[in-house]
Design a protein around this ligand. Sequence first.
Ligand code: MGD
Ligand code: MGD
Ligand code: MO
Length: 765
Amino acid sequence: MSKLEITVNHWGVGRARVKDGKLLEVGSHPADPAPSPINGNIASSLNGKARVLRPAVRQSWLEQGALAKACERGREPFVEVRWDQALELLAAELDRVRQVHGNESIYAGSYGWSSAGRFHHAQSQMKRFLNVCGGFTRSEGNYSYNAALGLMPHVVKNYREMVVEATRWKVIAKEVDLVVMFGGIPARSTQVSDGGIGRHRASSDMRACAEAGVRFVNLSPLRTDAADELHAEWLPPRPGSDTAVMMGMAHLLITEGLHDQAFLDRYTVGYEQVRAYLFGESDGVVKDLAWAARLSGLDATRLAELTREMALKRTLITTTAGIQRADFGEQPLWMTVTLAALLGQIGQAGGFGIGYAVNGSFGSAGRPYRAGSFSQGRNPVENFVPVAMVADALLRPHEVYDYAGERMRFPDIRMVWWAGGNPFHHAQDLNRLRQAFQCPETIIVNEMNWTSTARHADIVLPVAAAEERMDFAAGKYDPALLPMPAIAEPPGEAMSEFDIFCALEQRMTGDTLFSEGLSGDQWVERLWEETRAEARRYGDELPTWSDFIAGDIVELEDPEPERVFLADFRADPLASPLPTPSGLIELYSQTIADFDYDDCPGQASWIPPRGISNGDCKRFPLQMISGQPATRLHSQLDNGDYSKSCKIQGREPVLIHPDDAHHRGIQDGDVVELFNDRGRCLAGARLTDDVMAGVVFLWTGAWYDPDFAAPQHRDRHGNPNVLTHDLRTSRLSQGPAAHSAFVELCRFEGELPEIRVHSQPAFTA
Ligand SMILES: Nc1nc2c(c(=O)[nH]1)N[C@H]1C(S)=C(S)[C@@H](COP(=O)(O)OP(=O)(O)OC[C@H]3O[C@@H](n4cnc5c(=O)[nH]c(N)nc54)[C@H](O)[C@@H]3O)O[C@H]1N2
Ligand SMILES: Nc1nc2c(c(=O)[nH]1)N[C@H]1C(S)=C(S)[C@@H](COP(=O)(O)OP(=O)(O)OC[C@H]3O[C@@H](n4cnc5c(=O)[nH]c(N)nc54)[C@H](O)[C@@H]3O)O[C@H]1N2
Ligand SMILES: [Mo]
């Protein structure tokens, strides 16, 4: 007899059918008005051929030890070993590296989303363990909105607070007339919310705005960045030109006296510098709409009409997180704030919002109180690596670099440990990352699946998936508490991270500093009790653990359903100042100007994308955007049925405008080869005029599957990061800039290679 059980992931709640400890399928939960089809990947991937079943060690590492550099990582077979032997090797290697090179030489930045669950969060487990062992070099920032993390504290406030304080859709429906979206607000991105989501509300919240008469304008290279039901006007700017478009609009507002001088005087500093720059007083270039039209390909007259409408109506300007994952990605953010300041509606419903859709709860609801969490302890190592600089750090130990006004030094990394992330998914320029991954003496990866990252490791530890161990979830931004019972058996010898680190601690010291003498299940219950105590402080009585884990979603209330971003500041800027040096919105920042970075000057500036200024765009004329996939979360469960069903001849689809396809002789459904100086990959052609001509879209997340016999180690599968460059947004935030890639493509005429990365790697006995 099969049973129905609850499952929880970053993309929401599901109902799983289970029989004899085996997951059969995961369907939607009745309480969710817009359940995510990504649930359709779970059962097929967890039961799939790519699971890591036993600890495994790269052959020459096992035979010759860490210091042998005989073979290249990623090309060598593995040897499966017993847990005993794996733990013994790990304990000895950790001791060696710590003693010979010190804890700073262990890099455990380990960026990645891992799975939902308060306790079994892979990075927290690993970092706590390594802190008990004397610490490690961490990473700082994220891939999602690093430019915002670096810039916003100088201009407005900490970006993470801005996420929580976003103006709610319900208020927008009532009070806003016009939403102007740079990069749209992709409904596909709202499937996901970090740490879990109880109910998907964003699509219906946006639909309610459209039904209430709110007009949407989608300034994005992709029509579907606005859902059909918003009936948005589509104005596709060339990627990377948004700053220029906003500057042209700002120029028009000032020229026609439509800017709000009273707002600028009371709430901002730096207007004079902005005006001088827009009128070309500093560089001789007038940033008017004719100039913006040349750079963006949009029509100047239409932009002028839109700008006047924005000044007359209650207008919300939104900018996607995706836009700043690009060369000089700080600039469109700063210009968003500048344009909104000129309109003078900040602090009313209207103004600006950065990152709607960066998670499915954004603008829909917030958490009333925090859930319990597993402490990572204290890390005595001070050095860190800005998250996107991992390849730089591995390739250039001791080198000095700039970051946020500081001079920093890369550590000399000897050991890398990754748990809960997939750098061969998330990092740019994967051929360069492959070189960087040859540098350390030892690489350890904890994984569920034989991802490319696992294949580039020396020691791979098999971990249990979320459905295979007990936990609970509480989305970072979502008002719900979600039980995560263990509903399936871990395959082979896979264990939870907690059990792995307990076993390792036993082997190394026999202490219980990591485990505190509790089992995993006892810890989960302890975190639940912490959550209950916190709830009581807010007058909420939560169920007991046994009732909760056997039960269903517990919905909480949004503490601020009427929230308007910066309303307090607008009401009284002296009583509620911003945490900037002036306490005001800084359209010009003396702090940033004093850093003297030409890639991020002291006010929003127009800096063309690198591929345009260095001429790459002439040789590789298509700009490639590699956004978040609709069919999965990043690379997670890419071998699941739903993800695979949307591929073309087994390759990730690439969206191509029919004009760009036809003169290259490409038909819908063909396999194509994308290439540039950095790499090449195969993909499946999907012809559509939803994408603007001159731009191609290749979703992220197809597991990297290099063919070492092919030119540039061609990826067989369609991973865009073989084509993206590994340069940063700017020295201010050192963020990733994936969307600024230029490529060429052609029909693939060769014999179609099989996808190998969805099966087991080669093993020797
Ligand atoms: N070209 C391009 N690249 C991008 C982006 C882009 O727009 N364009 N976007 C970037 C962004 S915004 C992000 S956030 C990153 C995402 O990058 P990542 O977060 O690294 O991507 P995921 O695929 O979520 O990787 C999570 C990994 O953790 C594993 N995992 C899940 N649960 C567990 C567990 O309990 N224990 C262990 N040990 N492992 C587990 C999964 O199998 C998976 O391999 O990608 C970035 N990369
Ligand atoms: N289904 C699903 N949802 C997800 C994720 C996932 O992997 N799958 N990942 C989650 C994560 S980690 C994050 S950070 C968020 C990211 O959420 P988003 O920021 O919404 O996602 P992106 O796909 O990176 O970018 C959104 C859009 O920006 C547009 N864009 C890119 N460059 C430019 C430009 O120069 N100008 C203009 N005007 N538009 C541009 C592209 O058309 C792209 O579709 O999504 C989250 N949601
Ligand atoms: Mo992200």
